[in-house]
Design a protein around this ligand. Structure first.
Ligand SMILES: Cc1ncc(COP(=O)(O)O)c(C=O)c1O
Length: 440
C-alpha cells in the first residue's frame, strides 16, 4: 500500500481523545486508516495484527462484506425512523434473532447505543421492576470491586475501578460492592481458577447489613475484562445466583465483553451454565461497526411492566437511536455472519492453542501472572517501582512498533483477538509479544 494513501490529519489539537494519554499520543500519533479481517493498516501503510478485536468488539474481524453491505443498503432505504411510538421491521427482526441466540429464558431485548447505556438501562429496569411490583424499597444496587460497567453515573457507581470513580463526585447513593475475585492462590492457573467461590458469600453479609427487602440488583461481569481480566473461581457465579435468588434480588450479567462468542459460547451465561435475570451486551452485537447495545431480560421482568391502561407508556426510558435502522441492519448481518461461519465454535476450538501460547510467556522478565479463558488472555507485569502502568504502556508502544495491537490496563496486557484468528496469527502475536517482553 502506498505510504501516502491516507495522510494523517495535520492538526490533532481539537479532538480530546477518550481514555487516552492525549499529549503523548499527539507527539507520536498512532493512526489507523483501514482494516481488513485480522489487520489494521496504519497511516504509514503498515499492517498491524489486531490482538484486541478493536476494543473487544470486532469479533468477526474487520470490514466483513456482509455487514458493510447491509449498512449501505439500509442507509439508502430507511436512514432513520423515530424510536418512540413508531417502529421499523429490522429492530423487531434483530430482537428476535438476539433472543433466539441468547440463553433460554432471555425473552426480550431493549436497545440502546453502547455498553454504558446498556448498564444504565439494566439498572433502571431493575429499580422500576421492583417498584411496579410494589417492592419500591428495593433501591440498593450491588456491584463489585474492580468491576467495569462503562462510564456513566450508574456504571461508575456500581463499578470498582478507582480512577474511573474518584474524580466524579459522590456518584449514586445506596451502592455497595462485593470483593473482587483476584486471589494470589490462583496465580498461573490456566482457565478457570479453583479458589474463591466463597467470595460470593460476601453478598450474604451485605444482605444481612441492609435487609434483603432494600436490595434491587447485583451486577457483575462474568469475566471482568477492562480491569485486567479477572476470572470467576469455580462455583462462584453459581453461588451468586443462589444467594440472589434466595433473597429476591435480580442478577445482572454485564456481558458487553463476554457476549457473542468471546468464551466460545454465545454468552458467558451459557458457558458457565448460570442464568441471570438480565444480560447487558453491546460491542460484538454489531461487530463494533455501528454503535449499539442491548439489555436482554427475562419474560418475568418484561411482563411485570405490561399492566395498566394500554395507551400508557410502560417504561419511561429510551434513546433517540434505540434500535435505529442502520444499527439493526448491522446487528442482523453480524449475527448471521457469526452463525454462517460458526465463529463461536471456532473460538472454542482454538482456545486451547491460545491458552498454551499465552502461558509460554511465563518465564519472561517481569511477567508475574498469566490468565486466560476462551479467546481472552492477560499477561500481568511487575510494575516499575514508583511508576505504575509505565512498563505495560511501554510494552504496548513497542508492540505497536513491531506490528501488533495489544491493550493495557494498569500493568496488565489484555488481549481479545477476533474470533477468526488462525494459529499462525496466534504464533505471530505471541511471538512478537515475547520479543517485546524480553526487552522490557
Ligand atoms: C463489561 C463492560 N461493560 C460496559 C462497557 C462500556 O461499554 P461502552 O464503552 O460501549 O459504553 C464495557 C466496555 O469495555 C465493558 O467491558
Amino acid at each position: 500500500m502506498a505510504l501516502d494513501r491516507k495522510p494523517a490529519p495535520n492538526d490533532l489539537n481539537a479532538f480530546w481523545m477518550p481514555f487516552t494519554a492525549n499529549r503523548q499520543f499527539k507527539k507520536a500519533p498512532r493512526m489507523l486508516v483501514a482494516a481488513q479481517d485480522m489487520h489494521f493498516t496504519n497511516s504509514q501503510g503498515r499492517q498491524i495484527l489486531d490482538g484486541t478485536a478493536g476494543l473487544w468488539c470486532c469479533n468477526a474481524g474487520h470490514c466483513r462484506p456482509k455487514i458493510t453491505e447491509a449498512i449501505q443498503v439500509q442507509a439508502a432505504e430507511l436512514d432513520y425512523a423515530p424510536a418512540f411510538q413508531m417502529g421499523h421491521p429490522k429492530a423487531f427482526e434483530l430482537a428476535n434473532a438476539l433472543v433466539g441466540m441468547a440463553p433460554e429464558g432471555m425473552d426480550h431485548a431493549f436497545f440502546c447505543n453502547s455498553g454504558s447505556e446498556a448498564v444504565e438501562t439494566a439498572l433502571k429496569i431493575a429499580l422500576a421492576y421492583h417498584r411496579v411490583r410494589g417492592e419500591g424499597a428495593r433501591t440498593r444496587l450491588i456491584g463489585r470491586e474492580r468491576g467495569y460497567h462503562g462510564v456513566n453515573f450508574g456504571g461508575i457507581s456500581v463499578g470498582g475501578i478507582v480512577n474511573n470513580r474518584k474524580f466524579f463526585g459522590t456518584l449514586l447513593a445506596g451502592v455497595d460492592h462485593l470483593p473482587h475475585t483476584h486471589l494470589p492462590q490462583n496465580q498461573w492457573v490456566k482457565g478457570q481458577p479453583e479458589h474463591g467461590a466463597e467470595l460470593a458469600d460476601e453478598l450474604e453479609r451485605i444482605v444481612a447489613l441492609h435487609g434483603p427487602e432494600t436490595i434491587a440488583a447485583v451486577i457483575v461481569e462474568p469475566v471482568a475484562g477492562s480491569t485486567g481480566v479477572i476470572l470467576p473461581p469455580k462455583g462462584y457465579l453459581q453461588r451468586l445466583r443462589a444467594i440472589t435468588q434466595k433473597h429476591g434480588i435480580l442478577l445482572i450479567f454485564d456481558e458487553v465483553i463476554t457476549g457473542f462468542g468471546r468464551l466460545g459460547a454465545p454468552f458467558a451465561a451459557d458457558y458457565f451454565g448460570v442464568m441471570p435475570d438480565m444480560i447487558t451486551c453491546a460491542k460484538g452485537l454489531t461487530n463494533g461497526v455501528i454503535p449499539m447495545g442491548a439489555v436482554l431480560t427475562s419474560g418475568a421482568i418484561h411482563d411485570a411492566f405490561m399492566t395498566g391502561p394500554e395507551h400508557v407508556i410502560e417504561l419511561f426510558h429510551g434513546y433517540t437511536y434505540s434500535g435505529s435502522p442502520i444499527a439493526a441492519a448491522a446487528g442482523l448481518a453480524t449475527l448471521e455472519t457469526y452463525r454462517e461461519e460458526g465463529l463461536f465454535e471456532r473460538a472454542a476450538d482454538i482456545a486451547p492453542y491460545w491458552q498454551e501460547a499465552l502461558h509460554s510467556l511465563r518465564d519472561l522478565p517481569h511477567v508475574i501472572d498469566i490468565r486466560n479463558m476462551g479467546l481472552i488472555g492477560a499477561v500481568e507485569l511487575d510494575p516499575i517501582a514508583g511508576e505504575p502502568t509505565k512498563r505495560a504502556f511501554e510494552a504496548f508502544l513497542a508492540a505497536y512498533d513491531k506490528g501488533i495491537l495489544i491493550r493495557t490496563t494498569g500493568d496488565i496486557i489484555a488481549m481479545s483477538p477476533p474470533l477468526i484468528i488462525e494459529k499462525t496469527h496466534i504464533d505471530e502475536l505471541i511471538g512478537t509479544l515475547r520479543d517485546v517482553l524480553k526487552a522490557a
